[in-house]
Ligand binder design. Structure first.
Ligand SMILES: *Cc1c(COP(=O)(O)O)cnc(C)c1O
Length: 341
């Protein structure tokens, strides 16, 4: 039994998802003629309470398009210091949007109005880039899947709107957040100009992300998708997997959270673990004691066919997902107890 906890991107399509993909009606989506892509885009827009959506190959692309359509070159975007858009997208914001970022400390990845307010530049001062947007991440990957509540988001969005700032959400794990908070997806749209959701993370689709946005931004989003090389042809096979995932794999995310919490509980009792971030959703991040190294622990786990990744100088990350079941959970916890530093 191989246990792969490196990421929730490692899942393979289920038999039912494969069936939905094989049966999908398709057409050329660059001509706007793929019925399965159109269906997925409509579904995402209405699910999130917005009126347009654009299917893209990756979450990096949906984020990059989102920032591109909300900013002008030389602008500045406010985000958390560990934000995926800044830290894990290959410098894309600099290259694609020609913008700088203002990085905030946050509270476990969640930024707040006072912090945002203190970091808005003075537009009258030619030295300073123009602050044009705020980008939130929900859940926050760098902070072990911490999440915002809708109330917290509303507070930030109301403030940002008052100051003329655009709002982007990196919702790669958006559904993991709302499964915990109980907030309704449909109430999210009004607080943002663009929202990126990933189908290939916890939802278990093989490929794809969707940029949900305001209707007036859609033509620009489609133009940028083309310019970034993301216009796909018979993409309906992939879109059908996404639609299947949205119909069948949202509520089960709770199971991933329960298993992640069990992993966290087990790790808290192990001698080689120094500290553990709170486990709020499906991501577990811990540091190892000075007596060992992440590499050593990862090698020990690998000997038992358990895969995880180093996530920072002294840290290891585990992510639970659709292909991680109770038998695997049990084996992983037993292995934690067995291995020594
Ligand atoms: C995975 C992820 C993305 C998108 O990643 P892709 O691999 O490009 O699909 C964006 N934001 C966050 C927070 C992520 O975890």
């Amino acid at each position: 039994m191989i246990v792969d906890l490196r990421s929730d991107t490692v899942t393979k399509p289920t038999p039912a998802m494969r069936e939905a993909m094989m049966q999908a009606p398709v057409g050329d989506d660059v001509f706007g003629e793929d019925p399965s892509v159109i269906e997925l885009e409509k579904k995402c827009a209405s699910l999130l309470g917005m009126d347009a959506a654009v299917f893209c190959p990756s979450g990096t692309m949906t984020n990059q398009i989102g920032i591109k359509i909300l900013t002008q070159p030389y602008d500045e975007v406010i985000c958390h210091k560990g934000a995926h858009i800044y830290k894990y997208e290959g410098g894309g914001l600099a290259g694609n949007s020609l913008v700088s970022v203002r990085l905030l400390e946050g509270d476990r990845g969640r930024i707040s109005v006072p912090e945002i307010e203190a970091n808005i530049n003075n537009v009258q001062d030619v030295h300073q880039p123009i602050t044009s947007g705020v980008a939130l991440e929900n859940t926050v990957v760098r902070e072990a899947g911490s999440y915002y509540t809708l109330d917290q988001i509303k507070t930030i969005s109301d403030f940002a709107r008052k100051r003329g700032l655009k709002m982007h959400l990196d919702g790669a794990r958006f559904f993991n957040a709302i499964i915990e908070t109980g907030d309704k997806a449909v109430d999210y749209g009004k607080h943002f100009d663009s929202i990126s959701i990933c189908l290939s993370k916890g939802l278990g689709a093989p490929v794809g992300s969707v940029l949900v946005c305001k209707k007036e931004l859609e033509p620009k989003a489609r133009r940028m998708r083309k310019a970034f090389g993301g216009g796909m042809r018979q993409a309906g096979f992939l879109a059908a997997a996404g639609t299947y995932a949205l119909n069948n794999h949202i509520t089960r995310l709770k199971e991933d959270h329960v298993r992640a919490a069990e992993l966290g509980k087990a790790l808290a009792k192990v001698s080689w673990v120094k500290s553990l971030m709170p486990v709020d959703t499906n991501i577990v991040i811990f540091s190892v004691t000075d007596k060992t190294t992440p590499e050593k622990i990862l090698n020990n786990l690998a000997e038992h066919q358990i895969k995880a990744i180093k996530f920072g100088a002294n840290e290891i990350r585990l992510v639970t997902h659709l292909d991680f079941d109770d038998a695997m959970l049990e084996k992983t916890i037993e292995t934690f107890k067995k291995i020594s530093a």
